[in-house]
Design a binder for this molecule. Structure first.
Ligand SMILES: [Fe+2]
Ligand SMILES: [Fe+2]
Length: 472
C-alpha cells in the first residue's frame, strides 16, 4: 500500500502533479473553464449556499472522512487514482498476463480515447440534466445528497480530463474543451449518449436515474477498471468508491417513496394514495419499467464486434475479470443468445468475445435484482400484498436485437397493436408524469419531508435527520 499525503495544491491530487509542469499548466488552464461551466450549468440557485458535503482529499480512509460546509463552486475537485497494485498484469484479452501499460500503445490510441471520452461525457451531462432539481427538493437531506452527487460527477469529469490531458496530447486537450462545450439536450451540440440528453425535472426520476443509470455507470467502471491501461484502471477504481454513494441515493430514495406509499395504504386502507399526495405503486412500477429498460440500452448491442475488439486489445474486460474468471482469453467460448428468426425466439450461440456487452448486462441485471428485493421486503414489512418487478430485458428496448420488435414486460413477443394498446399500463403516461410533477413542492424546513417520501432511517455522517444539511 502506497501512502499518499493530503495535497494543498491548487488542484488536489495524488499523482505528483507538481512534478509535471506542462501537465499542471494545462490543467490549471482548464480549471477556470470548468468553473465557468459549473457556474453556468451546475445546480441552479444554490451556488452561494453552504452545503454539508464530503470532499475527497486523498484516497486513504482519512481522506474520505472530510465532511464540512462548502459552497459548491469552492469544492476542491481533484485528481485521485487508487494506489497501484504491485506487479499488476493485464486481466483479459490477447495480452492477458503481460505487464500493464503505463502509456497508451499507438495502435489503440483512437479506441481508448473514444472509450474515455464516452465515459467522460456522461459526467457533466448528468449535472446538466439535474440542475433545476434543487428548486423542488423534498427535504434538506435530499437536497444535500443531490449536490453531493453533482460535485462528484464534476470530479469524475476531472478524473477523465486528467487522462485525456496526460496521455493524449493535443487531441486530449481538444477533447477536454469539447466536454465543457457540449450541452445536455442541446440540438446543435448534444451529449453523446441519448439517455443523457433527457432532462430530469422531478425527484422520482432522479432516484430512478441514480439507481438504474448510475448503476450502468458502476458496471462500465468495473469493466474499465480491468483495463490494460493502468492509469485508466486506477482512475476507475477510485471513481467506484464515489459511485457507491450515488447508488445509495437512488436505491434508498426509491425505498423511502415505497415506504411512504405503504404507510398511507395501510392507514387509509386503499391502493390509490394520490389523494394523500403520494405515489401509487402502479406509477412507481411504470417508472421502474421505463428507467430500467432505458438503462439496459446503455450497454449497447447484444452482439458487438466493437466490444470484441476492446476486449481482445485489453482496453476493457468483463467486470471483475481478474477475480472471477479463469479463461481470460475468452477466445473459444460461446454465449447463448435468444434471437428472432421468422417471428420466433430461438437460441443462437455466438462467440464469447462478441457477447461482452451482454455479459456486462447480465451482471447489471443481477445487481438490480438485489435492489428490487429490498423494495419488496419493505412492502412485506408493511404487510402489503404487492410485488414490484423488473421487466424483461427485451421490454421497451431501443438499442440492439430486440429494438425492432415489441415485447411485454415478461419478454413475450407481441404485435405492434398490442403494444400500442397496452403501453400506457407499462410505461409512465402523460398523466402519471403530470401527477408526479404536481407533487414537487420544495420542503426546506429542517427535519421536514415532502408528503410523498418517508424520512431516511439515518442521517448523513451519523447526524440526525433534522440537521441543517443545506443553509438556505
Ligand atoms: Fe460519475
Ligand atoms: Fe454517478
Amino acid at each position: 500500500m502506497v501512502a499518499f499525503s493530503i495535497s494543498h495544491d491548487r488542484i488536489p491530487n495524488n499523482v505528483h502533479l507538481s512534478d509535471d509542469k506542462r501537465l499542471q499548466r494545462a490543467l490549471e488552464m482548464w480549471q477556470p473553464n470548468f468553473l465557468n461551466w459549473w457556474l453556468d450549468m451546475g445546480p441552479q440557485g444554490f451556488q452561494e449556499k453552504d452545503i454539508y458535503l464530503r470532499t475527497a482529499t486523498s484516497v486513504d480512509s482519512d481522506g474520505w472522512a472530510v465532511f464540512d460546509y462548502v459552497k459548491m463552486p469552492e469544492y476542491r475537485w481533484g485528481i485521485f487514482l487508487s494506489p497501484p497494485e504491485k506487479n499488476r498484469t493485464i486481466p483479459g484479452g490477447d495480452f492477458a498476463g503481460d505487464p500493464v501499460w503505463n502509456e497508451v500503445p499507438g495502435e489503440f490510441r483512437a479506441s481508448l480515447r473514444r472509450l474515455i471520452v464516452t465515459q467522460a461525457d456522461t459526467e457533466p451531462a448528468s449535472v446538466e440534466q439535474q440542475r433545476r432539481l434543487g428548486e423542488t427538493c423534498p427535504s434538506l437531506y435530499d437536497l444535500r445528497n443531490l449536490f453531493q452527487v453533482n460535485v462528484e460527477e464534476g470530479r469524475h469529469l476531472w478524473a477523465m480530463v486528467y487522462l485525456l490531458q496526460t496521455y493524449f496530447g493535443r487531441d486530449g486537450r481538444e477533447e477536454a474543451e469539447a466536454l465543457l462545450n457540449r450541452r445536455s439536450g442541446n440540438i446543435d451540440k448534444p451529449r453523446i449518449l441519448s439517455t443523457f440528453n433527457e432532462p430530469i425535472d422531478e425527484w422520482l426520476s432522479l432516484f430512478m436515474f441514480t439507481n438504474f443509470t448510475d448503476r450502468d455507470g458502476k458496471f462500465q467502471l468495473l469493466a474499465l477498471a480491468e483495463s490494460a491501461f493502468e492509469p485508466l484502471s486506477r482512475t476507475c477504481r477510485f471513481m467506484l468508491t464515489e459511485e457507491a454513494h450515488h447508488l445509495f441515493v437512488g436505491q434508498t430514495g426509491i425505498q423511502r417513496v415505497i415506504r411512504k406509499t405503504a404507510e398511507l395504504m395501510n392507514e387509509h386502507d386503499c391502493d390509490d394514495v394520490r389523494p394523500f399526495e403520494a405515489i401509487p405503486l402502479s406509477i412507481i412500477q411504470r417508472y421502474i419499467n421505463f428507467w430500467y429498460s432505458s438503462s439496459l440500452d446503455l450497454f449497447g448491442s447484444e452482439q458487438s464486434s466493437n466490444a470484441a475488439t476492446y476486449f481482445a486489445a485489453g482496453l476493457k474486460a468483463r467486470a471483475h475479470e481478474a477475480r472471477d474468471y479463469e479463461d481470460h482469453a475468452a477466445k473459444t467460448g460461446h454465449y447463448d443468445l435468444e434471437v428472432l428468426k421468422n417471428g420466433q425466439l430461438v437460441k443462437e450461440s455466438i462467440p464469447l468475445r462478441n457477447a461482452m456487452n451482454e455479459i456486462l448486462r447480465d451482471d447489471y441485471i443481477k445487481d438490480n435484482e438485489k435492489g428490487l428485493n429490498k423494495w419488496n421486503i419493505e412492502l412485506q414489512k408493511h404487510h402489503i400484498q404487492h410485488t414490484l418487478y423488473l421487466p424483461h430485458r427485451r421490454f421497451n428496448r431501443t438499442v440492439g436485437l430486440y429494438s425492432d420488435h415489441h415485447f411485454d414486460p415478461q419478454g413475450h413477443l407481441i404485435s405492434k397493436d398490442q403494444w400500442e394498446e397496452s403501453k400506457t399500463h407499462w410505461l409512465p403516461s402523460k398523466e402519471d408524469r403530470a401527477f408526479v410533477k404536481s407533487l414537487m413542492k420544495p420542503v426546506t424546513e429542517r427535519g421536514h419531508y415532502a408528503s410523498w417520501i418517508a424520512p431516511p432511517l439515518k442521517g448523513i455522517n451519523a447526524l440526525p435527520n433534522d440537521f441543517e444539511y443545506v443553509k438556505i
